[in-house]
Design a protein around this ligand. Structure first.
Ligand code: WQD
Length: 341
């Protein structure tokens, strides 16, 4: 019998790509999403891509303990991938209570139900933000976490710790935290992708919206950093590659391959790319000119971060494969798809 994975936040950007790859790999998937930061566009896209019209979808809020209990009561769940969370750094600074309540309570409810089942495999969607401005690059999983600079980042650290402690305390609960670097791009079908609400905070949606004419001009935040071209360095990971890392991690848990009951993996490419390089690559691969200007640094930005991916490569048997050019072409194809072009 196929194993069943509950994907909380499964209608969102990363959750929808993960749902596709899980189904491609032969898993059954149950999607739960309260649609607070997305609509059904991506879930409909998932159904088209997979040709599966029968994927169970629950419009529930994981902050509601009864709703989460219902998900487990109605479905035999072998593993959970928990995405359901707020993720805007700036908003978290303005609304910390909302962020702590949403991101912590939903995860606590998932863990509580997993424990009640007599155990479950829980994969938590964490972030490279936990490393802050690391002194030594690239960062490994052993690189010390630094104090979070936003409530959002703090919820990622706190949820990692809650998972670690729960695994230690409750027999049968196993956990993996995946620390994502900068997920970008879209599915090659252009049927699913990122759907930012309002003005995008992240670089690639801002680029694609500028290219399509929704935004006038991209502001590049700072060109006076002590990097080769003066702009920040990040590790941009293709969202389909990222999704495949989840499949590898779920298989590791379900096939009894974990070396410890709580494990952490960096999910990146291991390749630093500057903002200017990314913009140039976008222009080149999509054969267009982008309107951009250099402005002051954005407060809170780290100068550089990229992953040492040795652990994920060796232990998960996973490696990022798509080139930055192909990823940027997919981001542009998705933006055009949204515009009906
Ligand atoms: C990337 C680079 C900007 C926008 C954030 C979160 C992190 C994670 C991913 C989220 C930086 C520059 C950006 C723009 C620009 N989690 N930039 N002009 O800040 O690395 O990470 O998103 O869900 O936790 O902190 O990503 O895409 O915002 O920025 O010049 O309009 O692009 O300064 O160097 P970031 P980003």
């Amino acid at each position: 019998m196929a194993k069943r994975v509950l994907v909380s936040g499964g209608a969102g950007y990363i959750g929808s790509h993960v749902t596709v790859e899980l189904i491609n790999a032969g898993y059954e998937v149950v999607v739960a999403d309260n649609l607070s930061n997305c609509d059904m566009t991506c879930f409909e896209g998932v159904k088209k891509i997979t040709g599966r019209d029968d994927i169970p979808f629950y419009q529930v809020d994981c902050c509601d303990p009864d709703a989460v209990a219902g998900l487990f009561a109605e479905n035999e769940i072998d593993a959970v991938i928990h995405f359901a969370a707020f993720k805007a750094v700036g908003e978290s600074v303005a609304e910390p209570i909302m962020y702590y309540r949403n991101n912590l309570v939903s995860f606590l409810n998932i863990l509580e139900e997993s424990r009640k089942q007599g155990g479950c495999n829980v994969l938590f969607s964490s972030s490279a933000t936990v490393y802050g401005e690391a002194e030594v690059l690239p960062v490994t999983e052993q690189t010390p976490r630094l104090p979070a600079t936003s409530p959002y980042g703090n919820t990622k650290q706190m949820c990692e710790d809650i998972l670690r402690d729960s695994v230690a305390a409750y027999k049968g609960v196993k956990g993996i935290a995946l620390r994502y670097f900068n997920p970008i791009g879209a599915h090659p079908s252009a049927l699913i992708g990122e759907l930012p609400r309002g003005v995008p905070n992240n670089l690639v949606p801002f680029i694609t919206q500028t290219a399509i004419g929704k935004r006038e001009c991209l502001s590049i935040f700072g060109n006076d950093y002590p990097t080769e071209d003066g702009t920040c360095l990040r590790d941009y990971i293709d969202v389909v590659d990222l999704a495949k890392a989840h499949v590898a991690a779920v298989a590791r848990m379900l096939d009894g391959k974990m070396k410890e009951d709580y494990e952490i993996f960096n999910v990146g490419t291991g390749r630093p790319v500057s903002v200017s390089e990314l913009v140039n690559a976008f222009e080149k691969v999509n054969e267009l000119k982008l309107n951009y200007k250099y402005v002051d640094r954005r407060p809170g930005d780290v100068m550089a971060i990229w992953a040492d991916t040795t652990r994920a490569n060796e232990e998960l048997g996973w490696k990022a494969e798509r080139s930055v050019e192909d990823t940027l072409a997919s981001a542009w194809a998705w933006e055009k798809h949204l515009a009906g072009k």
